[in-house]
Design a protein. Structure first.
Length: 204
């Protein structure tokens, strides 16, 4: 059964990734603009001072305009970085206009981490983040999500899901990433809400 679920999830990943990568430049730009307008009005976004975002990859919505807005509002923006020694874990480094970037093993740009102790002032413990704008490949009517398969965000958000501690997650997606029902696995962490360019889904 587990193998069957994994196969289903991989098929969904392929289909949705193809759909979002097929969006035109104009469609992507419009999606980014519409998402920004919703996020700017969100009470949790307005109140947050420490926000984790991701840079667009593999057809994801571009959060560049939102990041610029956060900087204008004096909010601190952080990007996830694959932990150099702890397998499956993320750390969060401050992101600014002049941040030196490198490409990680997945082909995603992230702030350069020369050495954990040297970046201590730029590092934000996950528990100190106010918001984690959570990437996903697909989501369903109950807030279940499928990511890229690494489990990074399921581990990160597990304390919030089980104890309501840690940063509040908001999923972000294109409209084409919605599926009525996803095959889930026991370690999946459902989201309390997901925002797309045209809709705002609440699951709690």
């Amino acid at each position: 059964m587990t193998n069957a679920i994994s196969t289903q999830r991989n098929t969904i990943r392929q289909q949705i990734r193809s759909a979002r990568k097929a969006l035109s430049c104009n469609e992507q730009k419009q999606a980014s603009s519409q998402l920004l307008q919703t996020l700017k009005k969100h009470p949790k976004v307005q109140q947050a001072q420490h926000v984790s975002v991701t840079l667009a990859y593999d057809g994801e919505i571009d959060l560049g305009p939102f990041i610029d807005w956060c900087w204008q509002q004096q909010k601190k923006v952080y990007l996830p970085v694959v932990h150099p020694t702890k397998t499956g874990q993320l750390i969060f480094l401050a992101y600014q206009q002049d941040t030196e970037m490198v490409v990680n093993r997945y082909g995603i740009a992230e702030p350069k981490l020369s050495h954990p102790t040297k970046n201590i002032k730029q590092t934000c413990p996950a528990g100190d983040l106010d918001l984690v704008l959570t990437p996903l490949v697909a989501f369903d009517h109950q807030g279940n999500r499928i990511g890229m398969g690494g489990g990074y965000y399921d581990r990160l958000l597990a304390p919030w899901f089980t104890q309501r501690t840690g940063p509040y997650p908001i999923g972000l997606a294109h409209d084409c990433q919605y599926i009525s029902s996803l095959p889930i696995q026991e370690w999946d962490v459902p989201l309390p809400e997901v925002i797309t360019p045209s809709q705002h889904f609440y699951f709690e």
